[in-house]
Design a protein around this ligand. Sequence first.
Ligand SMILES: Cc1ncc(COP(=O)(O)O)c(C=O)c1O
Length: 413
Amino acid sequence: MMDALRFVPPAGTPISLVDVLCSVGNALIRSDTLQQFKEDVRARAGVRYCDFVSTGRAALTLALHALKAVDGGRRDEVVIPSYTCFSVPSSVVKAGLKVRLADVDPMTLDFAPGALEQFDGSRVLAVVATNLYGLPNDLPSITRVAHERGVYVVDDAAQCLGGSIGGRPSGTWGDVGIYSFDKGKNVTSIDGGVLVTNSERIAEAITQQVRVLPQCTIGESAAHLAKLVVYAALLHPRGYWLPNSLPFLGLGTTAYRTDYPLAQYDSWMAPMGHRLFTRLDAITAQRRVNAERLKRMLPWGPKLEPVVIKPGAEPAYLRFPVLIDPEYRDAVLAALRANGIGATASYPTAISDVPELRNQLQSVGREAKGGQSVARRIVTLPTHGYVTSRDQERMVKVVTDVLGAGRRNYSPQ
Ligand SMILES: Cc1ncc(COP(=O)(O)O)c(C=O)c1O
């Protein structure tokens, strides 16, 4: 029997009321938590430099600004995947740089073979690898190809904290990396972004920018705290039906925006982020168990294909992506949602089809085909700690029923 009030959110990380109370208590009595948090992130990543800012978007914007500064403003193009989070091109534009697309391979969601080899290092400043859904891209190859052309690499691990490839943590490949502590991530402090690098020159350029960013106001900290309480209460599958039934909240919608602030990290939220960060191994292990079960149980075939994991990669599985025949995708999504599962179609279009970017892209067309195919086929399934084995059985049954019956439309009986 399905529980009508249970709805499994698409993403997020369980936070208990005790977590919230302990974090607030910590924020009131200790002033060194942010420093400790930074030190722990730095040590875990094994990098020489780490700094925190307001969001992952701010971190990516500042990372690109820093590369522009060390490059002396010579080059102004940034290569990004043709299918990725819209925050990636918006950060490029916000940093005053130009977006150039490289197509993705739909089967891996990584850059397509040969896609990076064609770029001209005299114009391209950096390549951004985005490790979608916590699946590490082939950073060893990306870094080699980029560096052979004198191009910097940004290892954007906003979605991949806890993942690794070639035994090295995601975010620490290339010249500069970022993480995000946004609400949908496996470590969250509602908002937050991290920059990591081993390069002294890049670190200096980052420090100069971070130092002059505006600090969080008391009002902003209070708003973060209020959001944290609501998040802790309503992310639970027994509470999520409420925000999920309020369309004006726009949960899960993706918009292209460049008007986000560049600001310092809210130190009041550090205790919450730090608390979750100390549990990162357990959080990641649980996501991997959930992903492995789905891998074993889903009815793979021509209508439903898995995303291939790169050799040597240990994914963080922020979500579990699958590729569904476009004829059936909407029916599968509708059936999953009707059965209380927060499955999503992820980002609505390839980057080449974001209207605000159409006239700004350095290259469109053939190189966007893979991205457009992903946009038509992708579905993400939740992997977080609130997902139970019964939820997973339900996911598998729903997908099997819709695909098995060849249903192109879904309407609840
Ligand atoms: C790949 C990637 N980069 C950057 C960001 C921006 O992070 P934030 O939401 O913390 O601004 C995101 C957001 O999810 C992302 O997925």
